[in-house]
Design a protein around this ligand. Structure first.
Ligand code: UD1
Length: 415
């Protein structure tokens, strides 16, 4: 298993380019099953989650081909409705295929999804929403079987604004019969992006009063050429890296509006930033003051940046209080940060971080995607050498993280 070896303490300077958002590309890939025509995803990142989703689509007869930075997908040869756990169990997003498979093949037989080990991550809301839309849902051990002659538009009430459940309902009902209204939907920018992409394919989906999503089913979807939004989590990670290491970095290809809260939370206490078009200029301010926050559904602080932001909090002055309100087990990185000299106490879903002057290098292990990124940031700012093992977790969502960081002057090697 590959690892990163980092010699910490270097300032970061230069330019880093942000990829298209992982959490947009993955549901968009699931949407490609809904048409026989070609879908081109512009600037599609070759991260592991995307590559695994491609394998899953290919298993279903969908052709996927990279042409430079673009991914060309053609589902005209679509010929399946089931996939084994070896394909579904390696990523969370396999669950997004339930809706499109029912819509296209009238049947979906998938094993439970995988993804980061950050909590129980049930899919009960996905399944009950799909049954509201007319699907018969049966579970046999690890296998989920959904059948429906047709998806019927209905009112779907979500107990929590789940990103995945919202997207599955959108995907299932885009070509359903009649009107589906999602009450209490997720409002993450990536949900809007999926809607935009589907609308370019001929769907009729809109946000109403910023509180409901209304989907009027259409007969048929067609192909599209679509550029997903930039990855706000990747942008936030490089912002945090600069705040931790010091220096001056240009983060290019961002949507500043989508990360305004992140910018405000991270930057107010640690950096000076300015924005021009799609570039954020970040300059560390030399001081790092404590930064308390709690995660929540958009527009609150994203759970995906909790771990990287905690890495920064470990070297801020004073005490930062960080509450994780989305996933119940998303503190996998804490033990390793403590190994690197951090002073953190966890009480339930809250971590109390007393800032220390410096972290020191240690041998640590990525246990999930964002927790792994947090350890890389910690290693970059620490004194001495840090080894981050099992970096395949990081490859799931960050494209060439080591190469991008080397481009900024970091001493990080992949071994
Ligand atoms: C998506 C993102 C993930 C991000 C998360 C929150 C993808 C591939 N993943 O994950 O990166 O961290 O949104 O922004 O887009 N829940 C249930 N039952 C369900 C569904 C969810 O109880 O049927 C719970 C979850 O356990 C969790 C919470 O709802 O506690 C939020 O989950 P959700 O928004 O669905 O996250 P994901 O779609 O899994």
């Amino acid at each position: 298993m590959e690892k990163y070896v980092i010699s910490g303490g270097r300032r970061l300077n230069g330019v880093v380019k942000i990829e298209s958002a992982k959490n947009s590309v993955l549901p968009i890939l699931a949407a490609t099953v809904l048409t026989d025509e070609e879908v081109v995803i512009k600037d599609c990142p070759r991260i592991f989650d995307v590559l695994n989703m491609i394998k899953l689509l290919e298993h279903l007869g969908v052709k996927c081909k990279f042409q430079n930075e673009n991914l060309i997908v053609n589902a005209s040869g679509f010929n399946g409705y089931s996939a084994p756990s070896s394909l579904t169990g390696v990523l969370r997003s396999s669950v997004f295929l339930l809706g499109p498979l029912i819509a296209r093949a009238k049947k979906a037989k998938l094993c439970y999804p995988g993804g980061c080990d950050i909590g129980i991550r049930p899919i009960d809301m996905h399944l009950s929403a799909l049954s509201t839309l007319g699907a018969t849902v049966t579970e046999f051990g690890d296998e989920i079987i959904c059948t429906a002659e047709r998806i019927y538009g209905k009112d779907v009430y979500l107990d929590f604004p789940s990103v995945g459940a919202t997207e599955n309902v959108i995907l299932a009902s885009a070509t359903g019969l009649g009107e589906t209204i999602i009450h209490n939907p997720a409002k993450e920018p990536e949900v809007f992006d999926l809607i935009c992409c589907l609308n370019t394919m001929g769907a009729n989906i809109r946000f109403k009063d910023n509180s409901h999503i209304v989907i009027n089913g259409v007969k048929k979807l067609h192909g599209t050429y679509y550029k997903p939004i930039p990855d706000r989590i990747e942008a936030g990670t490089y912002l945090l890296a600069t705040a931790m290491c010091g220096g001056e970095v240009e983060i290019r290809g961002v949507n500043a509006e989508n990360i305004s809260l992140i910018l405000h939370k991270i930057c107010d206490n640690t950096c000076i930033t300015s924005i021009k078009d799609d570039i954020i200029y970040v300059k560390s301010s030399g001081t790092r003051k404590n930064m308390s926050f709690e995660t929540g559904p958009y527009p609150f602080f994203p759970t995906d940046l909790q771990a990287p932001a905690m890495a920064l909090a470990t070297i801020c002055s004073g005490t930062s209080v960080i509450s994780e309100n989305v996933f119940e087990m998303r503190f996998n990185h804490v033990a390793d940060l403590i190994k690197m000299g951090a002073d953190i106490t966890v009480k339930g879903r809250t971590a109390i971080v007393n800032g220390v002057k410096n972290l020191h290098g240690a041998c640590v292990k990525a246990r999930d995607l964002r927790g792994g990124a947090a350890l890389v940031l910690a290693g970059l700012s620490a004194r001495g050498k840090t080894t981050v093992n099992e970096v395949f977790h990081i490859d799931r969502g960050y494209y060439k993280m080591d190469e991008k960081l080397r481009g900024l002057g970091a001493d990080i090697k992949r071994k």
